[in-house]
Structures are given as structure tokens and as C-alpha cells.
Design a protein around this ligand. Sequence first.
Ligand code: AMP
Length: 428
Amino acid sequence: MTFEALKLTRQFLNAVEDAGYKEPTPIQSQAIPPLRSGQDVIGIAQTGTGKTAAFLLPLLQTLKYAQGDAPRALILAPTKELVLQIHHEAMKFAAYTDLRCIPLYGGIGHKSQLNAVKTGVDVLVATPGRFLEIYLRGGFEPKKIKHLVLDEADRMMDMGFMPQLRQIQEIIPSKRQNILFSATFPHRVERLADEFLLWPTRIEVSPESTPVETVEQLTMELPNQRTKLEYIEWLINDRLLDKRLLIFTRRKEDAESVARYLQRSFPFEVRSIHSNKGQNARINAMDDFRSGSVQVLVSTDIASRGIDVPETEMVINFSVPSDPLDYVHRIGRTGRAFRSGEAITLQDPSERYAMERIESLTGETVRKLEVPGHLTMHETPRNEKQLQARAIDREMRKRDPLYKGAFHERKKKSKKDIAKKKSAGKQR
Ligand code: AMP
């Protein structure tokens, strides 16, 4: 299958060629024909499959060129990272047209977005809340919107966007093309599809729980964070010195300290992103990682769905995510469409259970790597040991509610100790 066979016009064939795409991915070859002919489509595809181009190319081709001031297409996405990502792709594909595409997202003042929209727009890419806000401030006339895309619909449902989506449905014309993309298709997404779509063609490429096939998954057992850090440092020195690397941590404090540690060890730029960072800092970090001026990005799960940098050589999980779906999304950041990637998950003794859950969800056994002989195994500090013991207790109790773990008992003892100490203090 070629892009020519999908009947893309010259402007878009050129843009696709500039992007370096040689052939359409399965979701693209299946979704582009019905979308071009104006049908409603449900696409079940995870990120990394080329789903964004699958809806953008036919949509932009239908819109053809800039027309009037009011938006004619609306793409809704759950997070600002994803909005920016889609906008970035849309600009790329619209390079040989004069189509105007504007991203709308929260977290920054509305003024600049409001002004931008007022100058005229063809495609809005927006989070639901900010779209409504700009509409209510009189930013645009919604009656020309004839195409609606709901991207990552499952995530929008998880984030409770249904009321906003219903409000949006009220203000845009009912006669329109609807496109819904989702990584999974649970009941609530099905209900959303029933409400929004008409006789949709359903296309499914691979179930959510299947990690992208081009990613080699590996894991290593290491006792604590300090040892994990030294392993990452060794790995970079060994074979990743000029490679783009994405590191995921569970907690934002860890994202900070991993980034700080690596920045001290290497001359290239390391940046961290998490929910405590300001909007601009997050966008800049993403842009700089994309352009290559930041070589290592350390992130919590906030960004696991928004980062799209095909050059990402490797994903390292500094900690195992507790939700197995986060794992699938994290490792999907490498091995993007036709490239191969590697994902190494570092697990301490308390993370074994989360790793087991991942393996049972994906139905795959992740290959265990031997710990390199020269790596120093550091003692686990007392507070980290306690955190691990507490996490193990939680896991054991999930399996057996009567389980009384090591940490539990210690905690009881220490309570008594505190009481003793208190009464001793009073007597004095
Ligand atoms: P998505 O699934 O939309 O998040 O896209 C995943 C990545 O694949 C992005 O980096 C796209 O630029 C890239 N991509 C999309 N379609 C193709 C294609 N036909 N050939 C090569 N890369 C592609």
C-alpha cells in the first residue's frame, strides 16, 4: 500500500514525504478511505500506530484551503501535551496549504489564544474546557464546524470530560462528520460513541494491552535507587552517549533527583517534567527534547501519552508504574511507527508485584537482564527500606487481607515505644 493509492493530493503527498513516511501504517490504510469519503469512524488504536496522521491527513485534505474566519474542524484531546502534539503534526501536514490551525489549552491565560482565534482559523485543536472558555468569551462562531475528532476518548472519559463534551455537542452543528479515536473501548467510550457518532465504520488495529511490537522489553532487578542511578549512568556511558533517552519515574521528587544526578554526570542537557513544573517549562522541555537540544528527559506519567519523539532510542523505567496501562504507554514512546526501540524497567524488591501485573496484562514475559558484574550494589538506606517494606505489605495484603506484614509489626512496636517515651518524658 502506498500513500498515492490512498488518493492523497500532491500537497499532502509532499508533506508525507517530507515527514519521511515511506508507506502508510495499518491504521492509516484502513481509516483514510472511509474518512475521505466523509463517513463517521471509530478507530481503536494506541499511540505509536500512526493514528494522528490517520485522521489528520483526510481531514486536512477535505478542508483543502483557508476559508472564512470560523473554524470548520474541531479536534478535542484530553491534555495540553496531546493538543500540542496534534497541532505540531497538523502544521507539518498542512505545510503545502494555507490552512490555519490553532491549539487551545488551559494552564495559561486565555488572551493570546483568544486573539489568535479571532484572526481566523480552519482547525481548532483543543482541550474541552478551554474550547468552551474561548467560545464563551466570543472567540469564534461554532456553526461552521463540520468535522469533530475526539482523540484518546477513553482518557477523556477517565478525566471526567463528559459534561463538557455534551455542552460542546449542543453548540456545534448536528450535521457533521465524527471521528473517535481511543486506545481501549470500554463501555463508557461505547456510550460516548453512541451519543456522538452515526453509523460509524469501526477500525481496530491492536488491543491496548499489546505493547508496540517494535519495542524490545527488558528488566533488571536492582536493590535501590542509588544502584539504579549508577546503572543508568553506566549504561549511558557504555552505549547511549549521543542518544535520545526518556526516563520515567513514579514520583515527581524522583524525576527531579534523577535529572539532577544525571546533569551532574554528563555534559549534555537533562531536563525533568512533572505536574509541579509550570506550563511553559513543560512545553519548552518537550520542544527541546524534540529538537534534540535536551538529550535526556526525565518524566512522571503525566507525559507518557504526549511525548512523540521518533528519535527516542530508549525508555528507562526508573520505577515500575503501578498501573500496567501506564507501562504500555511509557514504552510506546520508543519504537514509534516502523522504528525499533528498547525499554528497560528497573525494579527494586518491592516492585516485583507491579511487574508481574504488567506481564499478565500484556501476556508477555519481559526478559530479565543480568546485573553487570562491575556494578556496586549499594546498601539500601533505612527510609527507602521502609518504603519498600510498606509497599510489599500493601501488595501482600491485597492478596491476603489477613496478612500482617513486617512493616506493620514494626509500626506497632514503635507506637508502643513512642508511648513509653512520652510517659518517661512526663515523669521527668
Ligand atoms: P501516533 O500514533 O499518531 O502517535 O504516531 C506515532 C509516530 O509515528 C509519530 O512520530 C509519527 O510521526 C510517526 N508516523 C506516523 N505515520 C507514519 C508512517 N506512515 N511512517 C512512518 N512514521 C509514521
